[in-house]
Design a protein around this ligand. Structure first.
Ligand code: FES
Length: 259
């Protein structure tokens, strides 16, 4: 669409304030901050959350589902678990009215090529539109078998287990859980019965409601159990301290295009 469309009167939206509007059949979040209007897709690129329902702080809107923040001026993803921008649209004000022109593509993260949002839109009841559609896919199956390769033949240690766990990747971010900073603690103890060692892992998630949690736990157990000297694996999910992006390694940042 290459035309500006009137969407509201200036007085319709408080300053600061936000409104959900429809532009040419698309749901758009309209913001009024410091006397200026901004418009971005009402879609969080993490998992389709409705952004306009979130908390607005200065020029940042927080997704109400898992907390990712977006810059309302550019659509840039400011914090995990979102790594891709949402579309930002052109806005102008004339004669006391607000006009929006849709852009076709989101601007890429800093220094990265553009990446169109691929998330599933979510209704304002908080339920994924995909989840409610008749064509909804079945619940996520456990991931494919994950192998730790030749590492399983080496002497068991905490550092070896961390290396093995690099085979486990977040299914949404495609970055391994060690470089994401999700593994807080690894400990080994002699098994209470028989040979081998019991492995205990404290793992966190990028958000309390991370949809990938069950798969990550299953893959973690599968990889560590592949070592002959492991008799059992316990995975504890801990949210304290909460995960923050600064726990990621530089490799993870490079893969996600975060600088
Ligand atoms: S859907 Fe927005 S942070 Fe997860």
């Amino acid at each position: 669409m290459d035309e500006f469309i009137r969407v509201a009167a200036v007085t319709d939206v408080a300053d600061p304030g936000k409104e959900l509007i429809e532009v040419d059949g698309e749901m758009v979040a309209l913001f009024h901050v410091g006397g200026t209007f901004y418009a971005i897709d009402d879609v969080c690129t993490h998992d389709g959350g409705p952004l306009v329902d979130g908390e607005l702080t200065d020029h940042a809107i927080a997704c109400p589902r898992h907390g990712a923040k977006f810059d309302i001026r550019s659509g840039a993803a400011l914090s995990m678990p979102a790594v891709r921008p949402t579309r930002a649209h052109e806005v102008k004000v004339e004669d006391g009215n607000v006009f929006v022109r849709l852009r076709q593509q989101a601007a890429g993260p800093v220094g990265q090529p553009a990446a169109p949002p691929a998330a599933t839109p979510v209704s304002h009841s908080g339920t994924s539109r995909q989840e409610t559609a008749a064509s909804s896919p079945a619940p996520a199956e456990p991931g494919p078998p994950v192998e730790a390769g030749g590492l399983a033949a080496q002497t068991l240690s905490e550092s070896l287990i961390r290396e093995m766990l690099k085979e486990v990747k977040d299914p949404e971010l495609f970055v391994n859980i060690v470089d994401l900073g999700l593994i807080y603690n690894v400990s080994l103890a002699a098994a209470a019965e028989g040979d081998g060692q019991q492995v205990s892992i404290d793992m966190t998630m990028t958000s309390p409601a991370c949809p990938a949690g069950p798969q990550l736990i299953a893959d973690t157990k599968r990889v560590v159990s592949s070592h002959n000297d492991v008799s059992g694996v316990e995975v504890r999910i801990v949210m304290d301290p909460p995960w923050t992006p600064d726990r990621m390694t530089d490799d993870a940042r490079d893969q996600l295009g975060i600088f």
